[in-house]
Structures are given as structure tokens and as C-alpha cells.
Design a protein around this ligand. Structure first.
Ligand code: FVH
Length: 293
């Protein structure tokens, strides 16, 4: 694809994700400059047309848009703090995983150094980058998002969540919470059947079909959460708390650790104690809310 009308982009951080991001920009014809703390990771990208910058400043000043994707928030600041002056008048997009508080702090830091700031959350693994199923969440400067939206399109589907720089991270962390909950349930399930030599691959189609059936109920549960109406004629919380004890007893009987499933028992019991036993399990959401630290 011709690069002439594509805006230059800089990618800082060439781990698995940074390399995928830079590769997607190159595939879409963006003149792409890359930098990584440890030299040598840009070789393959250079072969595809990327410019490997010798310094972070050289990388940032090569493009109006710099995308940073390193290990964590601390790494972002270690890389960018010493070269903050070179960001003046440019846009910084931070796709490093972090918390909403960290995103807001970086937004303030970028503003203090004259840079437009957009924070992001990547809901994809590296091989998905560039495909429509790769969802990237953005929030922060609306002007910067609009100006660089065509470049963001190279990475997959771009979803802008508003001017609060912390919002993309909040959604990212919330979606990851749902994912890890599912992984935890899956690990426990295959550990259980594995104690009787049932291969995970044989059992997993049943898990997938069961989870799909349960997922279909989430929109109704979301309505109950939003409305506060947790009434149910079907599967009330007290019934589920009683049945859940069997899940724990069976796990111990089979020799499977209960560490992944114990917290839900505690929550179910708290729900019953709080007088929510006759309602839907969605009532548990009220018990999860605590004062921010
Ligand atoms: N890979 C994935 O599946 C997930 C998908 C969703 C988004 N995450 C987040 O993306 C960030 C980067 O992840 P990654 O997969 O690229 O991670 P690594 O392959 O481990 O590469 C880490 C890069 O960070 C650089 N780095 C680490 N510490 C520093 C530092 N103090 N100063 C400068 N750079 C640093 C590291 O450089 P080097 O070790 O090669 O010198 C790599 O470039 C991450 O937030 C995920 O949660 C990925």
C-alpha cells in the first residue's frame, strides 16, 4: 500500500504487542519509526520498512503521533520522563496496560508538557492486531482521537469512550476481570474432571456450550443490576448458596484445591445473611461495592 498519504507514526516498545502494532502500521502504509529499550528487537520491522531510531527523542520527533506500549506504567514514565520536552505539540497514545488512576496521572503529566494525550486498552492478543476483531479502546483528548482515528484503524476496531483518560483503562480492566473469572472457572472445571482421567479436550466442548447458555442471561442480569430489581421466580440466591456447598465438598473429595471457587461461597453466604436469599444472584453486585481507597 502506498505510504504517501498516511501519517507518520512512532511506536515505542517492541515487545510482542509493540511489534504487532508497528507491523500493522507498516501494513497500512504508515511511515513507521520504532524504538525499544533493548536494541535488536526492530530488525524484522526494519526489513519491512520501519526506521529504527537510535534514541527516544529521535523516535518521538519523527512523527506527530507516538504510540507507547511497554510493560507497565512505571516503564512508560521511565522512558518518557527524561524526554518530556520532545512531546510538545505532539500526540501521545499510551496502550500500556494500567489503572484508570495511572491513565489520569499520565494525562496530567502529558498536558503539563504540552502534549495531547489519549489512553487506550488493547482487547486483543498480538496475532489479532490489524484484524476487525481486535478491539482497541481509547479515551482522552477528543481532538487527538479524531485527528489520528485513520491511523488507529490500522490496529483493528477503534472504540472511543470519551474525554476522561481513565475510562478506556476502566473498561479494559473490567473486561479482563470477566475474562479471568471465566478462566478460573474453566481451570477448576477441567481440574475436577481431570481427577477421573477425563481429558480437558474432551470435556471442553461441554464447557463452551454451557458458558454460552449462561452468557445469554447476562443482558437480563445487567438490567437487574441497573434497576436494582433483583426479584426472581426461578433460581434464587439461597438455593444457589446451598448447592454451592456441594461444589466445594466435591472439589475436596476429588482432591482439587478450592482456592478459585471459595470466594464465591463467601459472597453467596454474605448475600443470604444480608437478607437477599429470595432474590436473584445479581443482588451480589451490591455486596461488592466498597469505598474507593
Ligand atoms: N501480549 C498480550 O497478549 C497483551 C494483550 C493486551 C495488551 N497487553 C499489554 O501490552 C503491553 C505490552 O505487552 P507485551 O506483550 O508487548 O509485553 P512484552 O513482550 O513483555 O514486552 C514488554 C516491553 O516493555 C519494555 N519495557 C519493560 N520495562 C521497561 C522499562 N523499564 N523501560 C523501557 N522499556 C521497558 C520491554 O523492553 P525490553 O525488555 O525489550 O528492553 C518490551 O519492549 C503490556 O502493558 C501488556 O499488559 C499485552
Amino acid at each position: 500500500m502506498a505510504a504517501d498519504n498516511r501519517s507518520p507514526v512512532t511506536v515505542i516498545g517492541l515487545g510482542a504487542m509493540g511489534r504487532a502494532l508497528a507491523g500493522a502500521f507498516l501494513d497500512n502504509g504508515h511511515p513507521t519509526t520504532v524504538w525499544n529499550r533493548t536494541a535488536g528487537k526492530g530488525g524484522e520491522l526494519a526489513g519491512r520498512g520501519a526506521t529504527v531510531a537510535a534514541t527516544v527523542t529521535e523516535a518521538i520527533t519523527a512523527s506527530p503521533l507516538t504510540v507507547v506500549c511497554v510493560l507497565d506504567h512505571r516503564a512508560v514514565r521511565e522512558v518518557l520522563d527524561p524526554v518530556a520536552g520532545s512531546l510538545v505539540g505532539r500526540t501521545l497514545v499510551n496502550l500500556t496496560n494500567g489503572t484508570p488512576c495511572q491513565a489520569r496521572e499520565t494525562a496530567r503529566w502529558a498536558a503539563a508538557h504540552g502534549a495531547d494525550y489519549v489512553d487506550g486498552g488493547i482487547m486483543a492478543v498480538p496475532p489479532m492486531i490489524g484484524r476487525p476483531e481486535s478491539l482497541v479502546l481509547y479515551s482522552g483528548s477528543p481532538e487527538a482521537f479524531t485527528a489520528h482515528e485513520p491511523a488507529f484503524g490500522a490496529l483493528g476496531t477503534a472504540l472511543y469512550l470519551g474525554a476522561d483518560a481513565g475510562r478506556a483503562s476502566l473498561y479494559d480492566i473490567a473486561l479482563l476481570s470477566a475474562m479471568y473469572g471465566m478462566f478460573g472457572g474453566f481451570f477448576h472445571a477441567v481440574a475436577m474432571v481431570g481427577t477421573e482421567k477425563v481429558p480437558a479436550a474432551e470435556f471442553t466442548p461441554l464447557v463452551v456450550s454451557w458458558l454460552n447458555a449462561m452468557i445469554a442471561g447476562l443482558p437480563a442480569m445487567a438490567k437487574a443490576v441497573d434497576s436494582g430489581d433483583h426479584s426472581t421466580a426461578d433460581s434464587n440466591l439461597e438455593m444457589q448458596a446451598t448447592a454451592y456447598v456441594n461444589l466445594l465438598d466435591a472439589s475436596r473429595d476429588q482432591g482439587v484445591s478450592t482456592e478459585l471457587v471459595e470466594p464465591m461461597r463467601e459472597l453467596l453466604d454474605r448475600g443470604v445473611t444480608a437478607g437477599r436469599g429470595g432474590g436473584d444472584i445479581s443482588a451480589l453486585i451490591d455486596l461488592l461495592r466498597t469505598e474507593p481507597t
